[in-house]
Design a protein around this ligand. Structure first.
Ligand code: UDX
Length: 450
């Protein structure tokens, strides 16, 4: 919405939420304290906030004023009930649809921005149409699907220069109204129009294909480690085939983030619902491989450290699910650290952006100083710097590809560690020669020569 406001000065954009604290944070005079860390977002918000971008809790009031309402709420995986563990939890989407139904005035275009299961628009339409008939007032609705393809960390660039914008719907006038907004800065040829169901499914399918590439390269990484090949050489060799392409072929600790796992599980659930069990199994294996990769990395750390990490100090560099974000949703670090805590390790965790309260929530354990190191109870503590993290450590684990981890002074760090000392580079960001020259033993994901 900040980018829309920036590119369309004549449009008033109101962002509303029922959470007062969240809205206050978006209105914070100090732009470095916005609730989402995203490179460049502070600049855009600083430029448009108060001009044509407004944050408030006046939900009903703003809906009544709006010509177009974007539903942009969470659709996490259901944790209980029918479809638990796979289906999307639509309670917030439905609550929004009901609020819009009650509060809207005149004609309102309702845009699904949240990622939704296929045919959700039908439910939204039914709720809206029921309100239309309910009190005899003059209100009408059009429903569009307009999924978001931005990736975190590059959100502003992805929005300003999208590969495509997708608009699904059967109301031509509504579709064109939304296309005109994007037309302020996006090439007409990049604005794709489809029916509602294709649009909803395209979002799930795009994420499934992207995640599948990561599981594919991670499966090959494991094979490389076993066979003496190097996954980066293999990735380059296959990525130069123009049909495959070079992007999204970085082996790592497995994908994280709020979308990939959730969307694939949702797709799996829908496939089963539509009696396509083979298709469901096919996509589910992408998630299974991803989970396996995370456990595999924790296991090999234990194995290389003489079969036990009980009481050992391990420096964990990176907790976010990728660089340039403070988001930890489904971060591989959660499962890997969880396994190591279970093994009794003492973790010193460093991340440039993730706050310790978030780490405590994710690890389901408060930070604590290591008590009796050999009693078998794992513990973790925040490290303010990489130097602090590695002090006295037996091993360093790199789990997020933050730029600063690519330029570490290994001679200096090695001097602070307990020997024999290891570096486990799950993102392949370090310079292998520099690590080895510092007398450290290196394991790199997908490196069969290590
Ligand atoms: C993703 C999609 O890219 C985006 O289009 C969609 O709108 C939302 O989901 P996001 O989750 O923000 O975006 O990040 P992305 O860059 O796709 O990375 C997802 C995960 O895959 C991260 O954990 C990342 O580290 C990992 N990844 C990515 C790899 O392990 N290897 C790669 O080559 C690329």
């Amino acid at each position: 919405m900040a980018v829309i406001a920036d590119r369309c000065p004549e449009i008033q954009v109101a962002v509303v939420d029922i959470n007062q604290a969240r809205i206050d944070a978006w209105n914070d005079a100090d732009l470095s304290r916005l609730p989402v860390y995203e490179p460049g977002l502070d600049v855009v918000v600083g430029r448009v906030r108060g001009r044509n971008l407004h944050f408030s809790t006046s939900v009903e009031e703003q809906i009544a004023l709006a010509d177009m309402v974007f539903i942009s709420v969470n659709t996490p995986t259901k944790s209980k009930g029918l479809g638990a563990g796979q289906a999307s939890d639509l309670r917030w989407v439905e609550a929004c649809a009901r609020t819009v139904a009650q509060a809207a005035a005149g004609h309102t275009i309702v845009v699904e921005k949240s990622t939704l299961p296929v045919r959700t628009a039908a439910a939204i339409k039914t709720i809206l149409e029921a309100a239309q008939q309910q009190d005899g007032q003059q209100r009408t609705f059009s429903v569009l699907s307009n999924p978001e393809f931005l990736a975190e960390g590059t959100a502003i660039r992805d929005l300003e220069e999208p590969d495509r914008v997708l608009i699904g719907g059967d109301d031509a006038a509504a579709t064109e109204a939304l296309a005109r907004i994007y037309g302020h800065w996006v090439d007409a040829a990049k604005i794709l129009r489809t029916n509602l169901w294709s649009s909803e499914l395209s979002k799930l399918a795009a994420n499934a294909f992207l995640a599948q590439r990561i599981s594919s390269i991670n499966s090959i990484a494991a094979f490389c480690e076993a066979s003496g090949a190097d996954v980066r050489e293999v990735a380059r060799a296959i990525g130069t085939d123009s049909r495959i392409g070079p992007k999204f072929l970085n082996a790592g600790p497995g994908f994280g983030g709020s979308c990939f796992q959730k969307d694939i599980l949702n797709l799996v659930y829908l496939c089963r619902h539509f009696a396509l069990p083979e298709v469901a199994d096919y996509w589910e294996s992408v998630v299974t491989l991803n989970t396996w990769q995370q456990h595999r990395i924790a296991q090999l750390v234990v194995q290389k450290l003489f079969g036990t990490v009980t009481g050992k100090r391990l420096a964990v560099l990176g907790f976010a699910f990728k660089a340039d974000t403070n988001d930890t949703r489904e971060a591989p670090a959660i499962r890997i650290c969880g396994d190591l805590l279970e093994e009794g390790a003492q973790l010193a965790i460093h991340d440039p952006k993730v706050v310790p309260a978030q780490m405590a929530r994710d690890l389901k354990q408060e930070a604590a100083e290591a008590a009796d190191a050999l009693n078998g109870t794992g513990s973790w503590a925040l490290a303010q710097s990489v130097e602090e993290a590695v002090a006295g450590a037996d091993a360093v684990l790199i789990l997020t590809e933050w730029r600063q981890y690519q330029q570490l002074n290994w001679q200096e760090l090695a001097a602070r560690m307990r020997r024999p000392a290891w570096v486990f580079d799950a993102r392949a960001v370090v310079n292998p020669e520099a690590v080895r020259a510092a007398g450290l033993t290196l394991w790199r994901v997908g490196d069969g020569e290590g």
